[in-house]
Design a protein around this ligand. Structure first.
Ligand SMILES: *[C@@H]1O[C@H](CO)[C@@H](O)[C@H](O)[C@H]1NC(C)=O
Ligand SMILES: *[C@@H]1O[C@H](CO)[C@@H](O)[C@H](O)[C@H]1NC(C)=O
Ligand SMILES: *[C@@H]1O[C@H](CO)[C@@H](O)[C@H](O)[C@H]1NC(C)=O
Ligand SMILES: *[C@@H]1O[C@H](CO)[C@@H](O)[C@H](O)[C@H]1NC(C)=O
Ligand SMILES: *[C@@H]1O[C@H](CO)[C@@H](O)[C@H](O)[C@H]1NC(C)=O
Length: 385
């Protein structure tokens, strides 16, 4: 990815307010029932977007509602930027979105932020650009403005795109909002929203808690990013904490993979990433998992496929982290029908990441995740919905 070398623009949080409730602010996710997508292309694009953490943001506590781009392809929330606020739909890493000045076709499909209409916008003057794993790019200028995430407002450096490659034209969100540690921000030295919010003391707890609902389990409704708090009603039992082994992404040690409580003898470092649709493991682990699913095949075109009838399976794949074991039901491996009459579905677990596995939304929609920046750990517990 392209790194623009620029110095930090500092800005203090502008909205220090008492925590309205012990649960904090959450951002509710909304559904987009009309969005039409090419599932396979979308998954490929999202999964290739790594390495770009697409974790989401929180407020003293801020509640951001998430839209499920069905069927669980991606999730996005709406944040407010500028004064008076302009609504921008953001889906993952770094904070950037189209500028009014952008003439690319991709920008025209989205909200274009008009900085001239914001009394709190400040020009930075430095150029900004980013390139993703799928070859898509965006570039423009940096500025600072107030970003309000579910009620938590921070003065924040933002990227205003004046050019976007065509791939972004299809995206249901307008831009991206990262939740990673600042070591992976596209502009070196720029503090993340969480850095600012924590330093400014606006969060009750230095955490972002994520609930991604799946279409299969509850119709995909009620998703939220909760900034600064943990919603105990969303999970069962206690959170198990896994230490972050390397800051940047939310990287943890995956110590075992199981199938119905039988160890498959696989382990790796991995990241928990809201911005990746599927779970991407090493080739050996993907083969070991699918060897337990009758009819699973590794197709050269589409990767691992499982019979769609697996939607009725009660079997589980499990990942061990922090001393706990967390399930992905095999039912979620039947991700979406290929639509070619074969009765096969794209598997929700794919190979190809032999070094660093990615536990994307297929994992998160079964397990509540608390990204605890304060203690550099991730809390995980099975979802209760
Ligand atoms: C977040 O907002 C949504 C929608 O308003 C609400 O249903 C949910 O209960 C809120 N979550 C918390 C933890 O306040
Ligand atoms: C959760 O933790 C508390 C306090 O450590 C303990 O008393 C309780 O039994 C735990 N609950 C479960 C379901 O493990
Ligand atoms: C099997 O279940 C036990 C008890 O819950 C657990 O401690 C162990 O880690 C599990 N093993 C695998 C491979 O899932
Ligand atoms: C799941 O089982 C039900 C009831 O037996 C059946 O009607 C349905 O077609 C099955 N689903 C799939 C995807 O095979
Ligand atoms: C899979 O996990 C669910 C939820 O924990 C459990 O109810 C079910 O019995 C498990 N299936 C098997 C085959 O162990």
């Amino acid at each position: 990815m392209a790194i623009a070398a620029v110095a930090l623009t500092d800005a203090a949080p502008i909205n220090r307010r008492p925590s309205p409730s012990p649960t904090g602010h959450s951002v509710s996710l909304t559904r987009n029932d009309n969005y039409r997508h090419n599932t396979h292309a979308q998954i490929v694009k999202l999964n290739r977007r790594y390495p770009n953490l697409r974790v989401l943001a929180t407020a003293t506590s801020g509640n951001v509602s998430l839209t499920n781009v069905k069927p669980d392809i991606e999730y996005f929330g709406t944040v407010l930027v500028g004064t008076p606020p302009q609504k921008v739909k953001l889906g993952s890493s770094d904070i950037w979105f189209p500028s009014k000045a952008c003439t690319s076709a991709a920008c025209k499909n989205h909200v274009q932020f008009d900085s001239t209409k914001s009394t709190t916008f400040q020009k930075d003057g430095r150029p900004w650009n980013i390139a993703y794993g799928d070859g898509s790019t965006a570039s423009g200028i940096l500025g600072t403005d107030v970003v309000n995430v579910g009620g938590v407002a921070v003065k924040q450096t933002i990227g205003l795109a004046t050019q976007e490659s065509a791939a972004f034209g299809q995206s249901p969100s307008d831009g991206l909002f990262g939740l990673g540690f600042n070591t992976i921000e596209s502009v070196s030295g720029v503090k993340t929203f969480m850095d600012k919010a924590i330093a400014g003391g606006v969060l009750a707890q230095p955490v972002i808690s994520v609930f991604l609902p799946s279409v299969r389990r509850n119709g995909g409704v009620g998703g939220e990013y909760l900034f600064g708090a943990i919603d105990n009603t969303k999970f069962t039992g206690n959170l198990t904490y896994a230490a972050v082994t390397r800051k940047g992404y939310w990287q943890i040690a995956i110590t075992d993979v199981g199938f119905n409580n039988q160890s498959l003898g696989q382990a790796s470092e991995g990241i928990i990433d809201t911005g990746t649709t599927l779970v991407i493991v090493g080739d050996a682990a993907a083969a070991a998992i699918h060897s337990n699913i009758q009819g699973a095949v590794n197709d050269p075109q589409n990767g691992w496929l499982v019979p769609c009838a697996a939607q009725n399976s009660t079997d589980n794949v499990s990942f061990a982290m922090g001393g706990g074991n967390f399930n992905i039901p095999v039912a979620d491996l039947a991700f979406e029908d290929l639509g070619d009459g074969s009765g096969n579905c794209f598997s929700g677990v794919q190979g190809g990441q032999n070094d660093l596995w990615i536990l994307g939304d297929v994992f998160i929609k079964n397990n509540y995740c608390v990204f605890d920046q304060g203690k550099s750990q991730v809390g995980i517990a099975p979802l209760n919905y």
